[in-house]
Design a protein around this ligand. Sequence first.
Ligand code: SF4
Length: 746
Amino acid sequence: MAGEWHSTACILCSINCGLEVEVEGRRLTRIRGDKQHPGSQGYTCEKPSRLDHYQNGRHRLTSPLRRRADGRYEEIDWDTAIREVAERLVAVRDAHGGEKILYYGGGGQGNHLGGGYSMATRGALGSVFTSNALAQEKTGEFWVDGQLFGKPSCHTTGDYHDAEVAVFLGKNPWHSHGFPRARKVLREIAKDPERALVVIDPRRTETAELADIHLQLRPGTDVFCLSALLAVLVEEDLLDSAFVAERTSGAETLLAALAEVPIADYCARAGLAEEQVRETARRIARAESCSIFEDLGIQQAPHSTLNSYLEKLVYLLTGNFGKRGAMNLHTAFGKLIGGGRSDRRSPVRGEKIITGLIPCNAIPDEILTDHADRFRAALVESANPCHSLADSQRMRQAFEALEFVVVIDVAMTETARQADYVLPAASQFEKWESTFFTLEFPENYYHLRSPLMDPLPGTLPEPEIHRRLVRAMGALDGLDLAPLHEAAAQGLDAFAPAFLAWMGANPAAGRLVPVVLYETLGATLPDGAAAAAAVWGLAQSCALTYPESVRRAGYESGNALFEAILRERSGIVFSVDPYEETWKRLEHPDGRIDLVIPELLEELAAARGEDPQQRDPAFPFVLAAGERRTSTANTIYRDPTWRKKDASGALRMNPEDAARLGIEAGALARVTTKRSSVEAVVEITDTLLPGHVSLPNGLGLDYPDESGSPVVHGVPANELTASEDRDWLAGTPWHKHVAARVEAVA
Ligand code: SF4
């Protein structure tokens, strides 16, 4: 209703700032920051003001779709769609085994709740292999965390609000955020003469413009810059020796390897003045505290897993761990990052599976083969792998080769166009929803969002879609839910023991739990919050895993925590920690940090033989394919009119290169890689070094014109990338380092 403000959250990046929204009919008419939100506290950037472009538009689907023999889609009713999708998935399972059904996605930046319910569908099918965007970004870092701290789920977070020195490595928080109230924090550090902002990035980003020190290294030379920085710490005796002796193991081996690094040579390879690298090492070492944020700039570049290792060694060797202003291990509400050390490998290529995820770049290899263990079908949910993963051409080929594909999404995405069935989901403002980006320390927060309106007619929330699929597959047949219905009717205190007893009697129902909770407890929750039933389970698990942290936040039990989550529509702080708590979260049995990762030290030694300046003469440029800008968001915004500037997503290039190639600002240039060729409008900027060009992320999506025909807007960067260009260990792609040729277009 106009004039009334409703709490929700922004869905455009992992910070999920709290929002207040005024709704008229089905339109989001006014949007502002929610001061009650415990993380963002009223802060927003400029992007969410246009969220109505996501909520309303010609991209919204309003009926399940089935592909006909001629390749066109026809609308079908929900009962038919659910029955046929369930039958087709079960047929694949029965013919080849459930493990041949790949699950991809489970939520973008704002919608993870539906993905939680997918566990039941996957359980009913026996599907065990999954992947999502984390496996093209963060899995290398998670693997390094596992080696250093004991488990990949030992995830660190920086305390940028309190750090004396904040370092951003391949990270431009001005546009990519990554921690609450990012721009405010950056400005505070920049204006405080006692603190320092350090940026290590080949681009002079908006964050670099604010920095005290900007190491503008050549693209792809992070390994040389970081190892030189570490070698300076060793050579100039700038280590926190007491910390290293008391808290770590393997220092002798590591320090011997770092002592071998030729500092002057490596600085030269990175294109940096040696004295600037030395000054950076000294500034970090003398700081009371330092936090470091590594992001896609190094994670999607050559040596990506090694880069993550070296970054972490900088804060560990200077003792910036487990204290205020430094790096700490946080709690988690819901399991976004899987736990134990796993030896699991992908079925065809034997790629390392990290935190349960198959490397995104390996997916085509796991399909386009006659190997008996190849994937035969895929269930894709709130994700668009045929656009957002490397090598779109090959990804499309792979999806075409599958026997059966079903996509659950709000829009007819590039991946949905490869599907046999498309199931239309309600938007993120039409259902109960949340994310599990609970990555903060010392206070961590969780926000369960209530719907602003009913689902668009013809759509369903994902939890209901999964419930119907699981029922249609017959997976709940024979399970007696009556004791749970009875207990739920008596309230949460009666439900908890009844649920434990029921699970004890039905151990095989483990993976079906989300749907069991939805049907039993969910039916009794207020305001139609059935989808929150899975959150009840997570609240119990959170209170058991972190009892002291949850108690310090004011909750004595999982039920008390859940009741607060349901009640507080702007989110709650669910855990509070003293800094020492970090030490209790280390998973190595000796309670120490293991500094030695042998395979990465070998890679470091081998890097000595590399010449980062060496290029194929046919592709002399380094293309960063996917730069975050004010005019880019994730692909949630499909309607191109949300973008007020840079409508087509310009190719940015240095003035020297433009002059040499005879290209003027606003003219068209052709970008060619070994995979493909595209044309883009040129923007000339000295923020990039000569030889370095960039294209924005999130463009190249199609959007229906007035007649309903799809029209592509901007350059789809992954038409240019190749799936084989990836890290040897984690399989993460080199999106920030694509060999390219640029030419003027006549
Ligand atoms: S894009 Fe990110 S930082 Fe900006 S308002 Fe949305 S959640 Fe907050």
